[in-house]
Design a protein around this ligand. Structure first.
Ligand code: C5P
Length: 237
């Protein structure tokens, strides 16, 4: 079943404690169904933070290690019952294959996403670390490797989503952070787009953090993002 507009928004709860996350979840719950637990919250609040979440959780810990350690971490993550988990595609084909096999053996199982290139990265930075192919090509290469390894989808910037859809088709998930509504600040994100652009480019889910949590009226901000998703989806049909 296709997710509804509100299910396509995942709010990043980038706060340091379980208590703060629970407060946000309670506050946003009337309109938000999916939340993201990332490094800050999981490190500060621990697995107990799951118990405070009213909806589905994207556990965004971006595992990147030797295959054996990644598999162990994914098995532990699956026991918490998130609907999405992720690893870095740069961990390589062998690690990704083992991760995909491990996740698919879990019941119920989360969907496994591979992070391509972080949305805070720029082209010159990519060059500086020795990756000399253009950003779009690199993201596409990593997406191909991830899908071939059996991952369910990728995390990519909204700017690269349309290229990935063109090259790899419809049957995989694209989750895009780096989403900035026209009315919000860019912060440290570089490769950004609006919610409507992200959806039009082929994103299934969009991750939004600061534009909602730092808004003067967070609930209204979430509503506005969902409405933008709804209108963009309607235009696609
Ligand atoms: O506040 P903001 O909307 O920038 O939050 C984006 C969230 O998505 C953060 O939690 C960040 O860790 C996460 N993320 C990202 N880029 C990726 C993968 C995850 O920004 N490639």
């Amino acid at each position: 079943m296709k997710p509804t507009a509100d299910e396509r928004l995942i709010v990043a709860l980038d706060v340091p404690t379980a208590a703060e996350a629970a407060r946000w979840a309670r506050r946003l719950r009337p309109v938000v169904t999916h939340f993201k637990i990332g490094l800050e919250l999981f490190t500060g609040g621990g697995p107990a933070v799951f118990k405070k979440m009213p909806g589905g959780v994207f556990l965004d810990l971006k595992f990147f290690d030797i295959p054996n350690t990644m598999v162990g971490a994914l098995n532990a993550a699956a026991a918490l019952n998130p609907f999405l988990v992720n690893v870095h595609a740069l961990a390589g084909p062998a690690a990704l294959e083992r991760c995909a096999r491990a996740v698919k053996a879990q019941k119920p199982r989360p969907r496994l996403l591979a992070v391509t290139i972080l949305t805070s990265f720029t082209g010159p930075e990519l060059k500086k670390i020795g990756i000399n192919i253009p950003m779009g090509k690199m993201v596409s290469r990593l997406c191909g490797i991830a899908l071939e390894a059996g991952c369910d989808g990728v995390v990519a910037s909204p700017l690269e989503a349309s290229r990935l859809r063109k090259e790899y088709g419809k049957n995989f998930l694209i989750v895009t952070p780096g989403v900035r509504p026209a009315w919000s600040a860019r912060n440290d994100q570089q490769r950004i787009a609006t919610p409507a652009e992200a959806i039009n480019n082929g994103a299934d889910y969009i991750v939004v953090g600061r534009p909602i949590l730092a808004a003067p009226k967070p609930l209204d901000a979430a509503r506005m993002v969902i409405e933008e998703i709804r209108l963009a989806r309607r235009g696609k049909k």
